[in-house]
Write a protein of this length. Structure first.
Length: 316
C-alpha cells in the first residue's frame, strides 16, 4: 500500500519468496518453452525478437524472426538497408512502425555506440521504439544484467501470487518484481514468469491444477472454486478492444501491404491506391485518403510524390 509519501512497501516473508523462486525456476528448467531467441547470445538478434514480440504472437514471430535475421543479420546490415526493403521484410507482422524504429535503433547503435548495444539504461531507452519494458528486457536478456522485467503476463502472475486479492499498480508490480528477483538468476526467472503467464497463469483461464506455484499462491483456490472469478472478473488486465476493420490502423496497414506488392522503386497513383483499398472508392474519399497518406509519410512509412490528380505514392 502507498504511504503518505507515495512509497510502497511489500511485506513478503523471505522464505515464501525463496519457495516461489525454487518452484518456478525448477518448473522452467523442465517445462519452459524452447524459443529460438532464448538460445541467442547476439544482442542484435535479441533486439529483433523483442521488437517483434512487442505486439505479435510468438507463433507468428518465430518464422519472421528467422527470415529477418537471414536478410539483415547484423546491426550494420539493417542500418544500411533501403527502408523499403525493411518494410517489405516486415510483411505479416503488423504495426509497421516497429520496422522503422528497429532500423532507426540499428542506425543509432552503429552511429552512436560503435555497433554495440549500450549497457546504460538511459541509452537503451533512448533507442527508437525502446520503452521501459523493452529496455529492461534488453538489459537482462541481451546484456546479462540482473534486471527485473515486467510485462502484462509477469504483472498478472506477480499480482496473483504476491498481492491477491488486490491488483497491483504498474509501480507496485515493478517494486514486487525487484523484491523477488533471485540473485544471479534474472534471465531464467524473467523468462519463467513470462512463460507461466503465457501458458498456465493466463488471464481468463489459469490452469491452477497444473501450476508449479499452486501450493504457494493465494489465488489458486479462487480460480479452482469459482471459474467465474477468472480474469478477476474486474477486467484488471484486459486490454481495451476496438473494432479493427475500417479503422485508421486497418487502412494504414492495407496501404503499406499494397505498396509492398509493387516492384522495387515502383509507385502507384493515389486514386488507383484508393480503388485498391475500397471497392466503392470515390472522389468523396480523396481528402480522407490524402490525410491517411500524409500521416504515413510523416511516420516515414510511405513517400508521396506530387499533388492533385498526378499524385503518386510508394514505399520510402
Ligand atoms: S496457482 Fe493459479 S493463479 Fe496462482 S500463479 Fe498458478 S495459475 Fe496463477
Amino acid at each position: 500500500m502507498p504511504d503518505a509519501k507515495g512509497a510502497t512497501h511489500l511485506d513478503i516473508a523471505d522464505d515464501t519468496v525463496a519457495k516461489v523462486q525454487h518452484a518456478l525456476l525448477s518448473w522452467f528448467e523442465a517445462a519452459g518453452r524452447r524459443l529460438p531467441w532464448r538460445g541467442a547470445t547476439d544482442a542484435y538478434a535479441i533486439l529483433v525478437s523483442e521488437v517483434m514480440l512487442q505486439q505479435t504472437q510468438v507463433d507468428r514471430v518465430i518464422p519472421a524472426y528467422h527470415a529477418f535475421l537471414r536478410r539483415f543479420p547484423t546491426f550494420e546490415s539493417l542500418a544500411e538497408a533501403p527502408t523499403a526493403d525493411v518494410i517489405r521484410e516486415w510483411a505479416g507482422m503488423g504495426y509497421n512502425r516497429r520496422a522503422l524504429n528497429l532500423q532507426r535503433a540499428a542506425q543509432a547503435v552503429v552511429e552512436r555506440h560503435g555497433g554495440e548495444l549500450p549497457a546504460d539504461p538511459g541509452a537503451l531507452r533512448a533507442l527508437p521504439g525502446v520503452g521501459e519494458y523493452t529496455a529492461n528486457a534488453l538489459a537482462c536478456f541481451a546484456l546479462g544484467q540482473q534486471t527485473a522485467v515486467v510485462d502484462t503476463n509477469v504483472r498478472r502472475v506477480l499480482g496473483r501470487v504476491f498481492h491477491w486479492p488486490s491488483t497491483p499498480s504498474e509501480r507496485e508490480a515493478a517494486e514486487t518484481a525487484r523484491r523477488v528477483l533471485p540473485k544471479g538468476e534474472a534471465w531464467a526467472w524473467n523468462q519463467a514468469l513470462m512463460d507461466l503467464g503465457a501458458t498456465v497463469c493466463t488471464s481468463r483461464r489459469p490452469t491452477c491444477l497444473l501450476c508449479p506455484l499452486r501450493e504457494l499462491c493465494p489465488a489458486s483456490g479462487a480460480f479452482e472454486a469459482e471459474p467465474a472469478a477468472i480474469a478477476e472478473g474486474r477486467g484488471a488486465y484486459r486490454p481495451k478492444t476496438e473494432r479493427f476493420e475500417g479503422s485508421s490502423r486497418f487502412y494504414r496497414g492495407r496501404v503499406v501491404a499494397h505498396l509492398r506488392g509493387l516492384a522495387a522503386g515502383e509507385s502507384c497513383g493515389v486514386d488507383d491506391l484508393g480503388a485498391a483499398l475500397k471497392a466503392d472508392y470515390s472522389d468523396a474519399d480523396a481528402t480522407w485518403l490524402r490525410a491517411l497518406l500524409e500521416g504515413l509519410a510523416r511516420d516515414g512509412l510511405v513517400a508521396l510524390h506530387g499533388e492533385g490528380d498526378g499524385a503518386r505514392v510508394s514505399l520510402p
